[in-house]
Write a protein that binds this ligand. Structure first.
Ligand code: PMP
Length: 349
């Protein structure tokens, strides 16, 4: 069994992190701040933010049922994804393995970091739905595979990966397993957060960008063992989450009753949209979904996509994505937005 030190790049393991002014004065009730070359004017924007976002983590930890030292907050979960490469993957030597189709940033981050990206196609069952097989993924792993990325619910397919298959990967792969749960609030299944204490090499990603309705503030979360989070904190930019974002996050976390309401509404609309898409004459397949979007295969995705654009309606054309020929990914909107989409789709016929 590999230790964490076996997996982390040697330069990162021995890295002496930058110590910011705000890291150093901890524990005192300071009134006069002359340590960080800030301006004394224009409160609160003149001050650097808390580098470790203690207040946000204090509110977030009980909501997620994890301790504060198991949380990393970043500039979107994209930052947490990129850090996996920078922490664990030696450029030109190591590789990561993921599924196809899936969220495109894993491959982009691999390319940016000059790390080989191996993608294993999902299977397609008799009903035409995607299936994840752990054995297929594990067959692509070798001694230089530092991490696997598994998005569940998966983007763009929509469904959760089979839990039993994910567990097989956790049991058998001797490296970092990243489970990206950006859409977790829309699924019925239990989050993999409950596995953190049993699997020290598991990283669970979530985000404020989807159900939490805060894509604009750029706040992503990584949950992992305190040892992994300590390495994240060493490598990240010192003040990676700005003052405005931390303030807005505190506000949302203090009262998230609205979010719960919105999620319930979106789940109901998702079912209505899926049923309507099933009935649409040009539909060939509506894929099951546990997220806030529906993947649908139609007769001619490009033509429908182009027409909707002319009607001022933007969806995501996934036609050129592996295994997604003629597929469109449609985000669930308000009832009015979904009606506008369906009306435009019928005008297209
Ligand atoms: N993971 C998945 C699966 C996503 O679909 C997205 C965004 N589309 C992200 C991560 C990135 O989210 P964030 O806004 O937190 O960077």
């Amino acid at each position: 069994m590999k230790t964490l030190q076996d997996l982390v790049r040697p330069n990162i393991w021995s890295l002496k992190p930058y110590s910011s002014a705000r890291d150093e004065y901890k524990g005192f009730d300071a009134k006069v701040f002359l340590d960080a070359n800030e301006s004394p004017y224009h409160e609160p924007y003149n001050r650097y933010p808390d580098p470790l976002q203690a207040q946000v983590k204090q509110l977030l930890a009980p909501i997620k049922g994890v301790s504060e030292e198991c949380i990393f907050l970043g500039n979107g979960s994209d930052e947490a994804i990129d850090l996996v490469f920078r922490i664990f993957c030696e450029p030109g030597v190591d590789n990561v393995v993921s599924i196809a189709p899936t969220y495109g940033m894993y491959e982009v981050c691999a390319d940016v970091n000059n790390v080989a990206y191996r993608s294993v196609p999902l299977s397609v069952d008799e009903a035409g739905n995607f299936r994840f097989k752990a054995d297929d993924l594990l067959a692509a792993v070798d001694g230089h595979t530092k991490a696997v990325f598994l998005c569940s619910p998966n983007n763009p397919t929509g469904e959760c990966l089979e839990r039993g298959e994910l567990m097989k990967v956790l049991e058998r792969f001797d490296g970092i397993v990243v489970v990206d749960e950006a859409y977790a609030d829309f699924m019925e299944e239990e989050s993999f957060l409950c596995m953190l204490s049993d699997y020290p090499k598991l990283i669970v990603l979530q985000t404020f960008s989807k159900a939490w309705a805060c894509a604009g503030i750029r706040l992503g979360m990584a949950f992992a063992s305190p040892e992994v989070i300590a390495i994240y904190n060493k490598v990240k930019y010192p003040y990676n989450v700005n003052v405005l974002t931390q303030r807005q996050a505190l506000e949302v976390l203090a009262d998230y009753s609205k979010i719960t309401e919105w999620v319930a509404l979106l789940k109901a609309e998702r079912e209505r949209l899926a049923v309507a898409l099933e009935k649409y004459p040009d539909t060939e397949h509506v894929f099951p979904t546990d997220a806030n979007f529906v993947l649908v295969r139609v007769k001619d995705a490009q033509a429908l996509y182009d027409y909707l654009l002319t009607q001022g309606i933007i969806i995501r054309n996934r036609h050129r994505v592996q295994l997604c020929a003629n597929c469109l990914r449609i985000t669930v909107g308000t009832p009015e937005e979904n009606d506008a989409l369906l009306e435009a789709m019928y005008r297209f016929l």
